[in-house]
Design a protein around this ligand. Structure first.
Ligand code: HEC
Ligand code: HEC
Length: 290
């Protein structure tokens, strides 16, 4: 049979395509109408879409579409709207005295949620996501403060940092008593017993007593005679069993001799005032604010 000759199937009266497998012939039924129309509609839709919306890549750009839609612009608008909303809260926060913010529950809700996010972004790397701290990095949930736990004091700490590069940073330095040759190892060992005694831990009483004078002479100026510490020089309380640089006899001996004091960055030039304020309120509220 020639290719151009139609063959009609004798049972159905429909053309065949000419494809045949073991005597079974393929009928050339027309496509259903609904399918054909749907197909035409999608073709028209595609052309309209190309005209209306950004669609076809060009060498250095793309066809912008007559509607001028841009996802970038949508995102930019959304960010601008969010910033405008934020600015309203920031203004309210800045115009409320620091210690009065907690009287405004709405503002407080905003502050806690915003500060929670900024804490995660900026502070959690050092202080931990739950602000629980770790060796050398203070726990901010407890009521033990190196540099003071009032709202103002916390805000100052965040603004200027501690031993940071900011010119108004808080600064203090405990001498490296052994490294700098100020004390002999035996004296340090005795002082460690004295410090253990201050915090009510197991200690050698005779050795501790022998260090009383050295403590008064070398340590009391910062840690105070009773060991309660001094927030003006960031000297930790040695009586409260909270150890910033490690607990136990060996750690204490090492810390008296060689401890490297911690550095907390200044945030004044990195975060805006409202963010610093909200972080101060947040940290203050974590549990131990004074
Ligand atoms: C690079 C690590 C680092 C980052 C980041 C950091 N801190 Fe600190 N922070 C420290 C260290 C270390 C200290 C303790 C300094 C010392 O030993 O006196 C400290 C101390 C503090 C204190 C004083 C605690 C006290 O007992 O007086 C506060 C409050 C504080 N940080 C809040 C924050 C907040 C809020 C942020 C985020 C904006 C932050 N820190 C980010 C390292 C860091
Ligand atoms: C100039 C002030 C200053 C003097 C003097 C000083 N310290 Fe300190 N000491 C500090 C500061 C500040 C820190 C905390 C450093 C930091 O925050 O990272 C500290 C930390 C410590 C710690 C670690 C506490 C902890 O929680 O882990 C011990 C122990 C200690 N001092 C014992 C002594 C002893 C003993 C002497 C006397 C031989 C002494 N210090 C003299 C300022 C001083």
């Amino acid at each position: 049979m020639a290719d151009n000759q139609k063959e009609i199937d004798e049972h159905s009266g429909v053309d065949t395509t000419g494809h045949e497998w073991d005597g079974i012939k393929e009928l050339n039924n027309p496509l259903p109408k609904w399918w054909v129309y749907t197909f035409y509609i999608t073709c028209i839709w595609a052309v309209l879409y190309w005209i209306a919306m950004p669609a076809i890549p060009l060498a250095s750009s793309y066809t912008k579409g007559v509607l001028g839609y841009s996802q970038r612009q949508v995102v930019a608008d959304e960010i601008a709207a969010a910033n405008a909303k934020k600015a309203v809260w920031a203004d309210r926060l800045m115009s409320t005295p620091l210690e009065k913010v907690s009287d405004d529950p709405q503002l407080m809700t905003y502050v806690m949620s915003a500060a929670g996010t900024s804490f995660g972004d900026n502070c959690a790397t050092c202080h931990g996501t739950g602000a629980q701290g770790s060796k050398g990095y203070p726990n901010l949930n407890d009521d033990d403060w190196l540099w003071g736990g009032t709202l103002e004091e916390i805000q100052t700490t965040i603004q200027y940092g501690i031993r940071s590069e900011h010119e108004e940073t808080r600064y203090s330095e405990m001498p490296f008593f052994v490294k700098d040759g100020l004390l002999e190892r035996d004296q340090v060992r005795a002082l460690a017993e004295y410090v253990l005694a201050l915090s009510g831990e197991d200690h050698d009483a005779a050795l501790a007593a022998s260090a009383a004078e050295t403590y008064e002479f070398e340590c009391a100026s910062c840690h105070m005679e009773d060991g309660a510490g001094d927030i003006f020089v960031g000297a930790p309380n040695l009586k409260d069993k909270i150890w910033l640089h490690g607990e136990g006899r060996d750690a204490i001996i090492k810390n008296i001799g060689y401890m490297k004091a911690g550095v907390m960055p200044a945030w004044k030039d990195r975060l805006d005032e409202a963010t610093i304020r909200s972080l101060a309120i947040y940290v203050h509220s974590l549990g131990g604010g004074q």
